[in-house]
Design a protein around this ligand. Structure first.
Ligand code: ZN
Length: 169
């Protein structure tokens, strides 16, 4: 199978800054994904660091991405509609690979889920700018004239972004 590779140039947003665990000193590990919190943001932990997890966390701690998934929340939602069915597998692949690249750069930037329902695809992400970049990538890959993108941000203080992607046939 062809491996899709996309360069995700995400802006340096402070996802880790605004959602740091309180009263924690030293390195803290997420009890679910084993990401590590230090220097005021979350990082991928090296395998050796992950082993220390059980010793150092006095109680379960979840990184903002895992907490969001546990709470069944999301920060970005894309609903893709009206696409030719023959493109569904390619759309799925693009979304998964794009989000995987983002995750490799920042453990808090993740695809939560993709659902297929009545000819629509709904993808949710843990980070709003990831969803915006993903929408732009879909437009770029599947044709600027064939794909309409409508982006709506939730009113403050929510960070959620809702994106509708419509294929013009
Ligand atoms: Zn986590």
């Amino acid at each position: 199978m062809e491996k899709w590779r996309y360069n995700v140039e995400l802006p340096a947003r402070g996802t880790g800054k605004k959602k740091m665990p309180s009263n924690q000193k030293g390195i803290v590990f997420c009890s679910s994904c084993r990401s590590a919190y230090y220097k005021k943001s979350w990082h991928h932990a090296a395998p050796a660091e992950r082993l220390k997890l059980k010793i150092h966390n006095p109680r379960p701690v979840f990184c903002p991405a895992c907490q969001m998934i546990k709470d069944k929340e999301f920060e970005g939602q894309l609903i893709i509609s009206n696409f030719p069915l023959v493109l569904e597998a390619d759309l799925n692949k693009l979304i998964k690979n794009f989000c995987q690249r983002a995750f490799e750069r920042d453990p808090l930037h993740r695809l939560i889920d993709i659902k297929s329902d009545s000819g629509n695809l709904t993808a949710t992400t843990t980070e709003n700018q990831l969803a915006v970049k993903l929408a732009k990538k879909i437009k770029e890959v599947f044709g600027k004239n064939k794909v309409q993108v409508k982006i709506s941000y939730s009113p403050s203080p929510s960070d959620a972004v809702y994106i509708k992607i419509n294929f013009v046939q």
